[in-house]
Design a protein around this ligand. Sequence first.
Ligand code: F0G
Length: 457
Amino acid sequence: MAFRTIIEPFRIHSVEPLRVTSESERRELIAGCGYNLFGLRSDDVMIDLLTDSGTGAMSRDQWAALQRGDESYAGSPSWFRFRDAVQELFPFEHVIPTHQGRAAEEILFSVVGGAGRVVPNNTHFDTTRANVEATGAEAVDLVVAEGLDPAANHPFKGNMDLAGLDALLAERSKNIPVVFMTVTNNSGGGQPVSLENLRATREICNRYGVPLFLDACRFAENAWFIRQREPGQGDREVADIVREMASLADGMTMSAKKDGLANIGGWLAMNDPTLAEKCRNILIRTEGFPTYGGLAGRDLEAIAQGLKEVVDHDYLQYRVRSTEYLGEGIVAAGMPVVQPLGGHAVYIDARRVLPHLSPLQYPGQSLAVALYEAGGIRSCEIGTVMFGRSPDGTEKPAALDLVRLAVPRRTYTQSHVDYVIEVCVEVAKRAGELPGYRIVQEPPALRHFTAQFEALA
Ligand code: F0G
């Protein structure tokens, strides 16, 4: 690139107003919802970095595609356009549309899961783990050691621990219905998986006769990292890399709310006709007829168009570079982040930003609240609040206390990102004064969504 400024490879066609609030107003608003950022009305948030899921902006061509949506119950042309767009990148025989990623997971694991079964994954996303465990099966995370160290700099920290996978399969392959690979590895910091590691994983799966599935939510970002970082891949089309990733797998689950560039949708796909038949039968009972699944015809059209746009190199260059730019700014503001920077989010190491707080004083929550109070930024604690409470009722520190700033696709401009960085500089200056928190009310499970907090004196 000849210039340093990341120009967004689009111009703005329709705008959404963003309400500017004052710090005193925000202090009242966040106190009013017990210091839980999930309790805020999104109108009271200036820059919403809670998630990159379903929060992206659709293109002109996607909005136009909505008008082509054909709402026929069976065999709609929108379904065929959707199926063809999926198979263009992921040439699996059977494509099963669902309303979002977790519905695809629920259907698949209710067929292949069950007590005594084990599902390995580089790292399960929360809903994936929950859907495995809901069937009585065990979810095992097997990411490489570098993937667990926030400071380790490795180009493919999402890679599978091959020796660990081999050992698990040697011992229990009879009870392993599928091996999963999450690309990029969201729970591990949005870190990519290399083609080399996927090939080696495939080879191990072949040896034990176990199918390999992709949790492909952020497949295009993963392929872009492969193009940038993997030897010999620099001249390839991203769409081609994606097809090679697909060729190494037997099926996939997908949330179109990420790299489908849509606000809703997902799918399950596979080559095995017997498995597909079982999954379709559940689909009909829970989501809908197999040519629309959980979606309207117009949603199928938006996704079909999104899949064409997401593999565009100018888009991916902008996408990954702007996340990296946000991360570089936060590091320069004095806040350590998970390295290297991932594709969809920056994860601040809150324990290192607020060393005066112990994990049970929730440094991630404290930092997330401070970012909101100071600048109206909504982020998400991924730490002791989210993971600290065990099913037996005891509480212990999570492995890490992170704050995730997830970047919606095509939604914010570089000046919004500059604003976020400025707020981080301000919060870093006050870091020593930020209070710890205690929980005054929490539900029995998934407490981070609704817990109520109080600042410690
Ligand atoms: N797999 C991964 C890797 C995900 O990141 C998500 C969602 C899902 C599956 C489930 O998809 O939301 O369409 O049901 N991640 C969002 C996030 C919610 O904020 O990271 P879904």
